[in-house]
Design a protein around this ligand. Structure first.
Ligand SMILES: [Zn+2]
Length: 137
């Protein structure tokens, strides 16, 4: 198959995939396509990262939390939990670390516990958070 080489200099880069096609007029031409980019994956568990665009601005390529766009949420929690002493007791007066959400990694003080939720103080503001999103220090 004879290929007509009428490529522009910018297409000479080997980052372009080349495909020979026969046009409707019968001439043989090269078509240039870029290889499709893959989704970002978590380096420690290999899982696909959710909420992360393949292309776009920096804020589109990360989620708004520590390690956003780097680690998946469960691996991020594992990293943040290393600071904890793994006592597992959530009670008023204790210090805790947030392990989920945009404010993950923040140190909070537990004011009171109401069933599944705890009222915590962080940055001089009181917030109601799920106890599953807290790890006692
Ligand atoms: Zn992971």
């Amino acid at each position: 198959m004879k290929i007509v080489h009428n490529m522009s200099p910018s297409h000479k880069s080997r980052s372009w995939k080349r495909r020979a096609v026969v046009t409707p007029g019968g001439t043989n031409k090269l078509r240039f396509t870029r290889e499709k980019k893959d989704f970002a994956h978590c380096p420690s568990c290999g899982q696909m990262l959710h909420g992360v665009a393949i292309e776009g601005s920096a804020s589109e390529k990360r989620t708004n939390r520590p390690f956003g766009g780097q680690l998946c949420s469960s691996c991020m929690r594992a990293v943040l939990r290393q600071e904890s002493e793994n006592t597992g007791v959530i009670e008023p007066g204790r210090e805790a670390i947030k392990i989920a959400g945009h404010d993950a990694g923040e140190h909070v003080k537990i004011i009171k516990v109401e069933g599944k939720f705890a009222v915590v103080e962080s940055r001089k503001k009181q917030r109601r958070v799920n106890v599953k999103h807290l790890e006692p220090l």
